[in-house]
Design a binder for this molecule. Sequence first.
Ligand code: FAD
Length: 461
Amino acid sequence: SSSDCALQVCVVGSGPAGFYAAQHVLKLQKSAIVDVYEKLPVPFGLVRFGVAPDHPEVKNVINSFTQTMHHGRCSFYGNITVGKDISVEELKQAYHVVILAYGAQDNLMLEIPGESLHGVYSARSIVEWYNGVPGIQNLNPDLSCETAVILGQGNVALDVARILISPIDLLKKTDITSYSLEAIAASKVKRVLIVGRRGPLQVAFTIKELREMVNLPGARPLFNPSDFEGLREIIKDKPRPRKRLTELMVKTALEKPSAKEAKRQEEAAKEWGLRFLRSPVQILPTSDGKHVAGIRLSVNKLEGSGESLRSIQTEELEDVECGLVLSSIGYKSHPISSSFPFDNKKRVIPNHLGRVLNTPGLYCSGWVKRGPTGVILTTMNDSFETAESVVKDVKSGSLNLSVPKAGFSAVQALLQQRGVCLVSFPGWEKINEAELAKGAKLGKSREKLSNVEEMLNCVCC
Ligand code: FAD
């Protein structure tokens, strides 16, 4: 039957979406050969470059991804940008199945005056800086001010706030980049305000990240009690996660702390707070017009309820003095080929259960499929769904498998012609060893190589 011949599958992107799709196809389809292509010389996407350095337990999924790469029918090809070094069309020629899992790399912009001032960054670029995305070492964010404002109230906002005001001792043994560790140690930032356009019942962060902030050594919460009055009544009937999350905020804002906690808070040199019902209107410049001096926020009110709840700006404005503005308002994907559908409004690849619309043989998974929300587990479930669609299409005969495909050997020939140097999984393992050794010398779990050249030197390709 058609499912007996080798099914050549390739996956574009080696984050959770790529790995989980590969893993599940290999498990369900014994005839499948799966090649994973990655833009960077190193695998794992946001598990390596997004997840906070002080959350090493989250990165344990790397062990299972590594097992997948050691599977006899699976290969990794890093340092290949699909859409530049090789096109999706060429991959479609070489493989029966192409799964696009390249994530959401672009930031949503604030689109307000002052966004280009010195001292304004996307939270994502700060994350990339402390997590060592190749080439970003020279970002040198200006941490010479006392107050930072973060726009957005999701987990990434809390991650960035926590890293900025954590005691350096909590960071120095992690895999945070040494250059950022040095900059954070010298930082003058002592107050972080995390601003959301809606209210405390709409925050997008989760309780684990909030609890870490509440208990962060050397930092005290700076809440406005009036934001939380009466909330206990309202949350009675809310789902449990929302209820527990809100209770922790209410307790922190309204309850008298124990004597020990009060002392801790009093002695803390740093502070952080949540600000609600505020939208950025303008970033205010210093008198020379170059640097951030503050941010103008509109005071909002909420209208509607449930899914249709919206924040509406009122006439009232509020200026907050600060020297650093970090926007953490979300991401978007971009198309990597003009010959396949892309939904420019939702910024995802239009699909049905992972099947790209009107394009047999092309699939998608992860953030590029459902949009840039959700944790690794959500991404796993979503990628399993895509893998199941692939396997169903093999079984039903709707994929044309009568023509054998050359798979990697066809791609290899093209890459050689173009002078592209690829990094295999054993190549990544050499980089990994170099990073672990560098880290051990510094008393850290890892010291990431900070640019592509250094990585390629390590694999001598
Ligand atoms: P990605 O992880 O972004 O992977 C996409 C991969 O595709 C990348 O490796 C990229 O280099 C590659 N790529 C891009 N373009 C191309 C191209 N043209 N050719 C080839 N390859 C390409 N979830 C948790 O559960 N716990 C956390 O603590 C957590 N922290 C997070 C922190 C941050 C800052 C962010 C942004 C997210 C965090 N998440 C966390 C969410 C989690 O990272 C995502 O759910 C998940 O990574 C999405 O997987 P993905 O594979 O779709 O995207």
